[in-house]
Design a protein around this ligand. Sequence first.
Ligand code: Z5A
Length: 202
Amino acid sequence: MFITFEGIEGGGKSTQVQKISDALTKAGYNIVQTKEPGGTAIGQELRRMILDPNQRFHSPYTEVMLFFADRLEHVETVIKPALASGKIVLCDRYIDSTIAYQIGGRGMPKPLIETLTQLVDLKPDLTLLFDLSPEEGLQRAKQRAALDRFEQESIDFHSRIRHSYLDQAKKEPDRIKVISASCDIEPLFERLMKDYILPSLS
Ligand code: Z5A
């Protein structure tokens, strides 16, 4: 199983990925918990460049190329080997982030992203999309740490991303499950395990 977690900032994905990973590991499953950007050593370098609030890219295509460089290394050296050895991969952000952020948010041409996506050649089995208002998400993100390059963008940018995600979910309802993330951590975790994670593993 290859399960991805998606959504706008502050939706609580990272918190839930950690909890799900801990619970499944305790139950005896072999889990690989990973994320994009930054799931490999090269990816960590790319992540630092991508998220640095002082970073200025001079071509509108630089950012998306860095995300794909990160992803190609990640898929080849982490995700595919883990799946081949029968492990369950839990990944915090993946291709749907590129569609939502770079096409929905930045306005990159869809055919370009579709062409680059063909290089990746691996789709998730299940995607949990954490949905909440950008206002609430950014409020949560602000409480946590200094804002990164994306978190400093406008509410309008984050609203476009949210709508892009919801559009994707409408197009692929069997894979992408929309989760209302506007509730407390523990009840959300219990709902995710009972309604999505455990059924997908049985
Ligand atoms: N990006 C892109 O543009 N294109 C791409 O292809 C990819 C990514 C792959 C990566 O940042 C950035 O890269 C991301 C998209 C872009 N934009 N940003 N920023 P990241 O990996 O550093 O951050 P993130 O993925 O957005 O995760 P996040 O900011 O950590 O948010 P989260 O995972 O949704 O939430 P969280 O860390 O679990 O929780 C945030 C805070 O809320 C924290 O203080 C929690 O304790 C709190 N929290 C969590 N759950 C709850 C609930 N249920 N109630 C109340 N408070 C909660």
